[in-house]
Design a protein around this ligand. Structure first.
Ligand SMILES: *[C@@H]1O[C@H](CO)[C@@H](O)[C@H](O)[C@H]1NC(C)=O
Ligand SMILES: *[C@@H]1O[C@H](CO)[C@@H](O)[C@H](O)[C@H]1NC(C)=O
Ligand SMILES: *[C@@H]1O[C@H](CO)[C@@H](O)[C@H](O)[C@H]1NC(C)=O
Ligand SMILES: *[C@@H]1O[C@H](CO)[C@@H](O)[C@H](O)[C@H]1NC(C)=O
Length: 204
């Protein structure tokens, strides 16, 4: 008969549906339990609370200036703590031309422990040992922030992982406006990390 209901099929269907729903719900939990933990993520907001005047970058005024920054270090793991066993080194530089990175200032962050899912916020400033110039042939000052450090999962027998990340922050030298507002995620360095680093200029 065409309209008879096959209860066996119905029950089978019901089981398949419940099983899939169960898996969908359980999957994130299973992934959290068995997947390898994630590296922390880092982002920085340069000049976050500062009124910038970088018009001097167009001319020659060898003055220093301060870089105010807001740095976020986030433990992306909900279920595991992180140790940062070594000092974290942060370097602020700019590109005078595409083949050179000139260092403006260094900043060190002491070793610390970070609980599950926590974010550490560092709002501070550095005095530079020179004034940046525009990227040759452009109207832009291209800053670079580099971070070198290490972390270890709070788990017995885990080793240290090295972190080497950076990001670019472009500023229009005429208007002193940043090209990108807010926090910029730091990523594995590309080509620019392999550039020759110019030693910082002598203080005036
Ligand atoms: C920025 O600084 C330059 C040189 O010191 C000055 O001439 C100019 O008026 C300043 N611009 C603003 C908007 O303050
Ligand atoms: C880039 O700038 C640096 C520092 O000002 C200079 O020593 C170097 O010769 C420049 N390189 C090129 C290719 O212009
Ligand atoms: C911006 O933040 C830095 C670092 O926290 C602080 O030293 C400075 O006073 C702040 N500047 C302003 C204008 O709030
Ligand atoms: C950070 O800098 C200090 C001193 O300049 C150095 O001893 C240390 O090895 C550096 N840390 C890393 C992770 O490169």
């Amino acid at each position: 008969m065409a309209c008879s209901v096959n209860y066996g099929t119905l029950i089978a269907c019901f089981f398949v549906i419940s099983l899939s729903l169960g898996l969908v719900v359980l999957m994130p939990v299973l992934v959290a339990l068995f997947a390898s933990p994630s590296s922390p993520s880092f982002s920085v907001n340069l000049f976050h609370n500062q009124t910038l005047n970088l018009t001097r970058a167009n001319g020659n005024s060898p003055t220093n200036f301060a870089i105010h920054f807001d740095l976020k270090l986030k433990n992306e793991n909900k279920a595991i703590g992180l140790h940062y066993p070594d000092q974290i080194n942060i370097t602020f530089s700019y590109f005078p031309n595409v083949s050179t990175l000139a260092i403006l200032a260094d900043y060190k962050l002491d070793s610390f422990y970070q609980g599950n899912g926590k974010t550490k916020r560092v709002r501070d400033m550095v005095e530079t040992n020179g004034f940046p110039t525009v990227l040759e042939g452009t109207n832009m000052i291209v800053f670079r922030v580099d971070l070198v450090g290490s972390f270890r999962y709070k788990k017995v027998g885990t080793k240290r992982h090295k972190v080497e990340l950076g990001c670019l922050v472009g500023v229009d030298s005429t208007t002193s406006n940043k090209m990108q507002k807010g926090f910029i995620g730091m990523v594995k360095p590309g080509l620019d990390s392999k550039l020759k680093r110019k030693p910082p200029p002598d203080p005036p």
